[in-house]
Design a protein around this ligand. Structure first.
Ligand code: NI
Length: 216
């Protein structure tokens, strides 16, 4: 099977799985991550096929969606084995998927290859800016979280366990993750894209608190 066919089949499979997902990790998130990852990969000279496959499969086994501590990417592995993909290539893609997810402010998540850096940056860019704001509140609603509670301070999570089990109001997520992303971009291309998204979130928060405090 050629690479175009593999990408086509994988795109269709993922679109079907994620089309009705209501927590901000829907098909369109995957689609945007794919586009962003390819844009970064082209600028940075990464392997486009590996990047596109990893972007398409990156949320298939995500702990946020499965509710399980599934770090093995079993569904992604099974899918690629089902397509009879080369095992070295499959392992490279699985390694990227394992490195994508943010696991807490105090937890280092290292991207070990250029391809991994492109996909990690793309996924993080989609958590920022106007889209990031929309997705964050969608996820908070999905988890039944308050929008904001002035009595609950943001926490800098020092372990993945603590981050995963947090159920603070959605506004706290900006301080616990989203505003930290700008400085965690791997590639120069993503650093540039992150700037605008970062300042848009800061502007949003300023306005949010002004309105909360009846100043505007
Ligand atoms: Ni994602």
């Amino acid at each position: 099977m050629g690479t175009d066919e593999i990408i086509g089949k994988t795109g269709n499979y993922i679109r079907n799985v994620f089309l009705q997902e209501g927590s901000g990790h829907d098909w369109w998130h995957i689609h945007r991550v794919r586009q962003l990852a390819l844009f970064i990969a082209e600028k940075e000279g990464a392997d486009l096929f590996v990047v596109e496959m990893a972007a398409l499969l990156h949320d298939l086994d995500d702990w946020k969606l499965s509710g399980e501590n599934n770090m093995q990417s079993e569904k992604a592995r099974a899918w690629m084995q089902g397509l009879n993909m080369d095992s070295t290539l499959t392992e490279r893609i699985l390694e990227i998927i394992g490195e994508v997810s943010f696991k807490g402010a105090g937890v280092e998540t290292r991207a070990t290859s250029l391809e991994s850096k492109a996909v990690q940056d793309a996924d993080r860019l989609d958590a920022m800016g106007a889209i990031g704001i929309a997705r964050t509140f969608a996820y908070g609603g999905h988890k039944n979280r308050l929008i904001y509670d002035p009595g609950v301070e943001p926490v800098c999570h020092q372990s993945f366990e603590a981050y995963k089990n947090g159920d603070a109001p959605t506004i706290n997520h900006f301080y616990e993750k989203l505003l930290l992303l700008k400085d965690r971009m791997n590639t120069e291309t993503a650093k540039k894209l992150a700037e605008n998204r970062h300042y848009f979130m800061k502007f949003f928060l300023e306005e949010f608190f002004n309105e909360w405090n009846c100043i505007s």
